[in-house]
Write a protein that binds this ligand. Structure first.
Ligand code: SF4
Ligand code: SF4
Length: 446
């Protein structure tokens, strides 16, 4: 396998043309925001405010609970309407703070962290934590945790993931074109925090304008340690393990983390958010969201306050014709939504509205054993067998077949001529195996 690529993968229609050239514009400030307290892969934040209180934008309204957790901040100034439960994009109710925005848009006082060259690694990690930073590519893993590798796992290479390989999405692309200095600043800060020698921004070759802007943004004297790497456009190029292999040739073993092979990956949007946190002290209260799809009248890249209802973004961009499916994220790995009355969260990279025809799942046919799903699986799994095990409830066989290594990229389903629901079955297997493990641990009193 030549370096610069990875095994398997597919080439779905990029469908980025409607927004790739559209500059980021601020979305109108919503009348009300619903800010989930669980916005990271870690523990939900503990509320710090009560109904009736006035809050300022940027004010901490939820405190992190434990190391793998991040604080949550108000994205608007206004009055707290309630602290209770609300529907989130995972289609479950979770703790949330609802704020009625006032017209003042009054902010808390923001304090920059100081000169990057003078900052100790702890100060960079503290800035990431205080700003409530999480991975903005969708994984929402707390950034300060990633920036804290243990001494026995030194990181020598930091990669900024600017691939944005999901079709339709252009939020990271626009950030790299419009704010390349902040991407590079964030990269340098991450490198400083973990003491890595090599720093790379990886961009797919369908974004030459982004690669050019980033290359120009590397400060003189930094060139030796910071590079822009252009990779072939292929899905899922932006998946962590595939990206690490393409850039460094290192394989992250099953069940291991990038730091086990000396690498740390952060998304381009996260790098910009870290740059903002360090330079201005601004917490993560807004993010860029691509609003697009065949049913969106005027697709846009919008800078959106966290907690804004998705319905407000659809009102702003307009809809045309009958909508068949609403997805948060991209079409390959995004989450289908039953309602547009869910809030934009730190992990919302896109809002996609498809037509009923596009949304329709073709009928499934029996597997013809063509092997195409095996050929494209970037994790070298056997999707047809894993799905079969799941269909028959053979969870042990699914586990020993590597179901937990599946990154749910959907490449297998995408190429299957029989239209088997492979990724859905394998996802079910993963969930069941994990639930069984938890139950066994609880029964053993661990
Ligand atoms: S089995 Fe998992 S990792 Fe492999 S192609 Fe299917 S979804 Fe992707
Ligand atoms: S791609 Fe579909 S039809 Fe072909 S082997 Fe895999 S599951 Fe069977």
């Amino acid at each position: 396998m030549a370096l610069g690529s990875f095994r398997g993968g597919v080439h779905p229609r990029p469908a980025k043309e409607r927004t790739a050239g559209k500059p980021i514009e601020p979305a109108p400030r919503p009348a009300q925001v619903v800010i989930p307290l669980a916005q990271s892969l870690g523990a939900p934040a503990k509320p710090l405010v009560a109904a009736g209180e006035r809050v300022k934008a940027g004010q901490k309204i939820g405190e992190a609970q434990g190391f793998v957790s991040v604080p949550v901040h108000a994205s608007v100034s206004g009055k707290v309407v309630s602290v209770g439960q609300a529907l989130n994009p995972l289609a479950v109710e979770g703790p949330a703070v609802t704020i009625a925005a006032d017209p003042e848009d009054e902010w808390v006082e923001l304090t920059p962290a100081g000169d990057l060259e003078e900052l100790p690694p702890e100060a960079i990690r503290a800035a990431a934590l205080n700003a409530g930073l999480v991975g903005l590519g969708g994984a929402t893993f707390p950034s300060h945790v990633k920036l804290s590798p243990p001494p026995e796992k030194p990181v020598d290479t930091v990669i900024i993931n600017g691939c944005e390989c999901e079709p339709y999405l252009t939020a990271d692309h626009r950030l790299m074109v419009e704010r390349p200095n902040e991407v590079i600043f964030g990269l340098r800060a991450i490198r400083r925090a973990v003491g890595a020698a090599r720093a790379v921004v990886a961009v797919e070759d369908n974004k030459p304008d982004a690669a050019e802007a980033l290359a120009k943004a590397i400060p003189p004297g930094e060139a030796a340690g910071v590079e822009v790497r252009v990779l072939p456009t292929k899905y899922p190029q932006g998946a962590e393990k595939q990206l690490i292999y393409a850039v460094t040739g290192r394989k992250v073993p099953p069940g291991k983390l990038p730091m086990d092979v000396g690498v740390l990956v952060h998304n381009a949007g996260t790098a910009v958010a870290l740059a903002e946190a360090l330079r201005t002290g601004k917490p993560l209260v807004e993010r860029v969201v691509t609003v697009t799809g065949s049913r969106v009248k005027e697709p846009k890249n919008l800078l959106v306050r966290i907690g804004t209802p998705v319905s407000a973004l659809l009102d702003y961009c307009g809809l045309t014709g009958e909508a068949g499916k609403l997805v948060l994220g991209g079409p390959m790995m995004g989450l289908s939504q039953a309602s547009a009355e869910v809030p934009v969260t730190k992990g919302t990279s896109g809002v996609l509205v498809l037509s009923p025809e596009e949304a329709q799942l073709p009928p499934e046919a029996p597997c013809i054993k063509c092997g195409r799903c095996v050929d494209v699986c970037p994790m070298s799994l056997l999707p047809l067998f894993l799905a079969k095990y799941a269909e028959h409830g053979l969870w042990d066989e699914a586990e020993s077949g590597g179901a937990l290594d599946c990154i749910e990229c959907g490449s297998c389903s995408y190429v299957c001529p029989a239209k088997r629901r492979l990724v859905q079955e394998i996802r079910l297997a993963k969930q069941t195996i994990q639930a069984n493990r938890k139950r066994a641990q609880a029964a053993a009193g661990k």
